[in-house]
Design a protein around this ligand. Sequence first.
Ligand code: GLY
Ligand code: MN
Length: 449
Amino acid sequence: MKPTDEALAERRARVAKRWGLTDEVVFLRAGEPASWSGTDQHFAFLPHPDVPYLTAAGSPGTTLAYDAAADEWELFGPRFAPERLVWEQPPTPVGRPLDELENWLAQRSDRELIEMGADAVMPETASGDSPDQPGGVSRQERVLRLSAAVALERMIKDKAELDDIRRAAAASAAGFEWVYANAAPGMTEREIQIGMEAQFFAAGAPRVAYDSIVASGPHGACLHYVYAGDDPLRPATRTVEAGDLLLIDAGAQFGGYASDVTRTMVVGADPTDEQRFLWDLVLSAQQQTIDMCRPGNVWSEVHLAAARILGAGLVEMGLLRGDPAELVPEGAVALFFPHGLGHLLGLSVHDITSVPYSSGSSDDPVLVKLGPNRVLESGMVTTVEPGIYFIEALLGDQARREKFAESVVWERVDEMRGFGGIRIEDDVLVTESGPEVLTAAIAKPIRVG
Ligand code: GLY
Ligand code: MN
């Protein structure tokens, strides 16, 4: 749902309050299409997410300006000259014409200009300077902190945002339903991807939220296995065989908002004991950690809980030996579960990642709220996506085999090489009354075809 003018005004007011600026001018730019080197072509354009969040618009060039002295926002949008309109349709007009921006800024030429959005230049890592020590804060640190302030607002979804995420999830559901009804041995991964994505689009999604992962058999052990990842010119695709695991990680986008769903199923055969054990284990880890998605819980603790559950299952199966509570910190569980339990979801599938520290750790009281030690709050949407994988690059690595000689039962693990991977992922809204699974309508069959 497009946010109302009132909703946009509320978002802007909250951001301005967090910024606490007095005299500066801020530009938030949507950006320009990226060019394809050596050609006159451009990649499909997607705006810097801060701009649609604060404007509900996102054509190339769209710029939101903020005059801190007046506490006023002004939106500028592109208009095309007749010559350009011969070739391209006009962008939906928003705000004032973009060519008025220069004059608007000239009237404020004595003020400090801070460039954000697509033009933000941020430090690789924050220095740890406190924002209340302006003398010690570099320009890039300043941009980082202003961006972090927008990120903190984007983390808590309002009604219009949740509505779009739900519509994205509904389009994803249509695609997964197609898979459940049609996937069968003899089909290629590519055919399955095309059939599924067609349903996303038929259900109203303008695009996918990220490149779909349709990985069969051993390919499921590559976390981001995508079509043409091997060769952009003549990509290979694998034919699914009866008894293969099929891991599909895909999501439709709607209104700029992502959904992100993973299901893993056995195609055309009943699951083997090992497939069933690990599938049940991953599902159990997911169910238990979804239940932990409640206000006040620390995300890194939820991740560790998942790792301990998966570790205990791997011990039970005879692949690991030892105490799961120790196998997690020593890194043995991460051989089989080598990624985080999930990530925030919103205007980007891995949301709020442009702010350094969102994937690291920080003692900074603001930045820590964006990182893995964030405390869950009502209104956050996070994925919960535990998995178990048999990754050749890790399991065949001599240094790791020696390091984990005691804790990994290599004879058993070696029998599992080529198994692929199992991941199960849903999108979860944190609420005061408990977790709401926004992708709950998408079934979790262990077998299809
Ligand atoms: N959807 C892929 C990922 O979350 O990394
Ligand atoms: Mn995900």
